[in-house]
Design a protein around this ligand. Structure first.
Ligand code: SF4
Ligand code: MG
Length: 323
């Protein structure tokens, strides 16, 4: 399939205040990420909180300009398309259906708002279109004049999905769209997203810290750590034969949740490092069970081979012996 969205060497840093008298530090939230997303695919992006996946999502949506690098949608620069131009083509679904819906608007007017912002149709036409799209996400007409507080979490997320689809976008960027929901509701929302994708020919970027959820919906998965992509492969390959030690740790943690303690995000012994003070060399080395001497000083490059992409010295090409 043709490439729909391409990100080249994306970087985003923020100035972060260290507190009184300590000045500011640069936080490299996203650090040199390149991605090519094909039309019709679901690219899963996984990693712990703080790995930069939400910052990446906001850049892919055109809501946050990159510090450096480029994003192109079907060959057009996302910055040049502008907010209104991007909104017609790429839409978000965010995690929290409680805070993302205006409590003072009815469901129909929330869903119709993107049409109004674009100046499309009359108020009556917009309302009819909102009701039609609400029906598509499983909310019958009687929901149109209700308020968000009258809906369950799953119903609210359906409203957010309807709002994302009303402009007929090509792509939807979902950032933890099911993380605030009960497990049973999560799978309903995932199934709905899957059905809508095939029915409408959509492309998704699907961001989550939850590998089980990503395995269910993604066709390829990128694993992020401290602002970088450290592994990228087809979903089946990644889950069957993970290569990066961080991916392996993430998968192991899914298999051994600790009851009563909540589910640890990774099960890794050491806490996530301070993103303001990332380790030198391989950013994962302080937590890596497979680290080697060079890992503390040399940052591994993301390398492509037949199984996908991986950034780890374990997969470096053997040093060529001069002929
Ligand atoms: Fe572990 Fe070294 Fe690979 Fe980093 S480069 S993941 S420290 S083995
Ligand atoms: Mg996030």
């Amino acid at each position: 399939n043709p490439i729909l969205l391409e990100a080249r060497d994306l970087t985003r840093s923020f100035s972060v205040s260290q507190g009184l008298f300590k000045g500011k530090r640069k936080l490299h939230a996203v650090n040199g990420v390149s991605l090519a997303i094909a039309k019709g695919e679901v690219l899963g992006i996984v990693g712990e909180s703080g790995c930069g996946k939400s910052t990446l999502a906001r850049m892919l949506l055109g809501l946050l300009p990159p510090s450096s690098g480029e994003i192109a949608l079907a060959g057009e620069n996302v910055g040049k398309l502008g907010r209104l131009g991007m909104a017609k083509r790429v839409q978000p679904v965010f995690q929290d259906p409680y805070s993302s819906l205006n409590p003072r608007r009815t469901i129909a007017s929330i869903v119709a708002l993107p049409l109004a912002v674009q100046g499309i149709g009359t108020a009556k036409e917009r309302r009819e279109r909102a009701i039609a799209i609400l029906d598509k996400v499983g909310l019958p007409r009687r929901f149109a004049d209700r308020y968000p507080r009258e809906l369950s979490g799953g119903q609210r997320q359906r409203v957010a999905i309807a709002r994302a689809l009303i402009l007929n976008p090509e792509m939807v960027v979902c950032d933890e769209p099911t993380s605030a929901l009960d497990v049973s509701v999560q799978s309903q929302i995932l199934n709905l997203l899957n059905d809508l994708r095939s029915e409408l020919g959509l492309t998704y970027v699907f961001i989550s810290h939850n590998l089980v959820v990503v395995e269910h919906i993604a066709t390829r998965v990128a694993v992020m750590y401290l602002g970088r992509v450290v592994e990228l492969a087809d979903t089946a390959t990644l889950f069957k034969a993970p290569r990066h030690p961080y991916t392996k740790a993430l998968l192991a943690s899914v298999l051994t949740p600790e009851p009563g303690k909540g589910i640890p995000e990774t099960g890794l012994g050491l806490a996530f490092p301070d993103p303001l003070n990332p380790p030198p060399g391989c950013p994962f080395h302080p937590r890596c069970p497979a680290k080697m001497p060079q890992c503390a000083t040399v940052t591994p490059k993301l390398r492509a081979d037949t199984a996908g992409l991986v950034a780890c010295h374990l997969y470096d090409e053997p040093a060529s012996t001069a002929a």
